[in-house]
Ligand binder design. Structure first.
Ligand code: UDP
Length: 461
């Protein structure tokens, strides 16, 4: 079936444009692979800096082209502020995207549509200037975007404080369970504007896609689908971990950090089943030094094996000699790991996570219970769902200083690794793992949505 599809002439040519960060590139690239398997031709556009710094393992079924964010040598780290970076990304990005569309048009390889990251709403305006269809792709949860949408409409009293908010399709949310930009107003004004303004031109998008799946966010999907032509097409995770229908699809394919695969897997291989605590805070979160210290001692005191990803930029915050003392003992520290392989490994028993949306979907898809330690942006909302809606983990509570203390970390780890609650969490995790697999497998909800999308794409061209 798949092979037949592959042999057919291409149905359409789309340009996929992610925001230049790991958590955005991975799911959009993964979705691109699904499109290729259904006969669509895909070109991925990254920034020049990402193209220079990425470790790519892609076959030639997806073409790669570049646009510029104005910082070709260092990306966002080269900009003097987030605001300066985002301003340049929009200005230089729009100009270079227009040039890329023209180049492809003139080379006889014209694109029919742009699938743009919701964070890059300006790309829709560029697409329309060239008479192309524009499809928004959101790499955050529908629940999160529903909250942002209400903020965009001016329906939330910002900054949120004190009162619980009730929005259609969502459980009641405490302020700290909403995205952080809404209750710590002014903390990241440039990101706040970017995210809230995702909705400024959304009514002009031809389609709206989400890296989520219907079963996971039913109520909010039903609500939002009345506002826009919306489809959930996730989880966008390498096929080997779900339906296994895409050949050799074991990895996302583009890494901005180099994973320490060999040492992680050989270390995991001789650990007992379900015994290891895997700890990672994704590609961006920065922990307070005091939080890092509490986490270190919480892990050490848990008396369990732990595999902790501490990015190079975070290592100086570790307690003195913690790494050396740990090396030969119970734990392994690495600057970046092969997260999917770690989560899928039989020795991994739980995941201490910041609840980035990709990490959350990956843990759900691989049936790994979570200890949620959300840091900022959408993570607190994802953590709320992890604990209260999907029942696949527990949230660690902060003390009066805003820190999650070592004792609390130990308590949460015990709760998910053992006892009655742990068993229930494991059962729920298994249930969601099955649902995630079914939804992308042939005839599942996300699979049908992708088929519908491909049909619509053809009709739009
Ligand atoms: N990841 C990884 N190795 C690591 C840590 C993270 O491959 O050591 C991947 C993880 O699998 C996920 C992505 O990085 O796909 C992080 O995305 P997420 O949305 O969870 O968080 P963000 O980095 O955007 O905060």
């Amino acid at each position: 079936m798949e092979e037949e599809e592959m042999k057919r002439p291409c149905k359409a040519h789309v340009l996929v444009l992610p925001y230049p960060a790991q958590g955005h590139i991975s799911p959009m690239l993964q979705f691109a692979k699904r499109l290729v398997s259904k006969g669509v031709r895909v070109t991925l556009a990254t920034t020049v800096f990402v193209a220079k710094s990425m470790h790519a393992a892609l076959n030639d079924s997806i073409g790669i082209e570049t646009i510029s964010d104005g910082f070709d040598e260092g990306g966002s780290a080269q900009a003097e502020s987030i605001e300066a970076y985002l301003t340049s990304l929009q200005a230089v990005g729009s100009r270079t995207l227009a040039a890329l569309i023209k180049k492809l048009d003139n080379s006889g390889d014209a694109i029919d549509a742009i699938i743009y990251d919701g964070f890059l709403s300006w790309a829709l305006d560029v697409a329309k200037q060239f008479g192309k269809s524009g499809v928004a792709f959101y790499t955050q949860a529908c629940a999160v975007n529903n909250v942002y949408y209400h903020a965009y409409q001016g329906l939330l009293p910002l900054p949120l404080s004190g009162t619980t908010i009730s929005l259609p399709g969502l459980p009641p949310l405490e302020p700290a369970e909403t995205p952080s930009f809404l209750y710590v107003l002014g903390s990241y004004p440039a990101f706040f504007n970017l995210i809230v303004n995702q909705f400024s031109n959304i009514d002009g998008a031809d389609l709206v896609l989400y890296n989520s799946f219907y079963e996971l966010e039913k109520e909010v999907v039903d609500y939002m689908a009345k506002l826009w032509p919306l489809k959930t097409v996730g989880p966008a995770i390498p096929s080997i971990y779900l339906d296994k229908r895409l050949q050799d699809d074991k990895d996302y394919g583009i890494n901005l950090f180099r994973p320490d695969t060999e040492s992680c897997l050989s270390w995991l291989n001789d650990k007992p089943i379900n015994s290891v605590i895997y700890v990672s805070f994704g590609s961006m979160a920065e922990l307070e030094t005091s939080q890092m210290e509490e986490l270190a001692w919480g892990l050490r005191n848990s008396n369990r094996h732990f595999l902790w990803v501490v990015r190079e930029s975070e290592t100086a915050k570790l307690p003195p000699r913690f790494a050396e003392q740990t090396r030969s003992g119970m734990g392994l520290l690495v600057p970046w790991g092969p997260q999917l392989e770690i989560l899928a490994h039989g020795s991994t028993g739980c995941f201490v996570t910041h609840c980035g949306w990709n990490s959350t979907l990956e843990a759900l898809s691989l049936g790994v219970p979570m200890v949620a330690m959300p840091q900022w942006t959408d993570q607190g909302t994802n953590a709320k769902f992890v604990e209260d809606v999907w029942g696949v983990g527990v949230r660690a509570s902060k003390d009066e200083d805003g820190i999650i203390a070592r004792g609390e970390i130990e308590r949460c780890i015990s709760e998910v690794m053992e006892g009655g609650k742990g068993k229930e969490i494991k059962r729920n995790a298994e249930k969601w793992r099955e649902l995630a697999k079914e939804t992308v497998d042939e005839g599942g909800n996300s699979d049908r949505n992708i088929d519908d999308f491909v049909r619509k794409l053809v009709s739009l061209t």
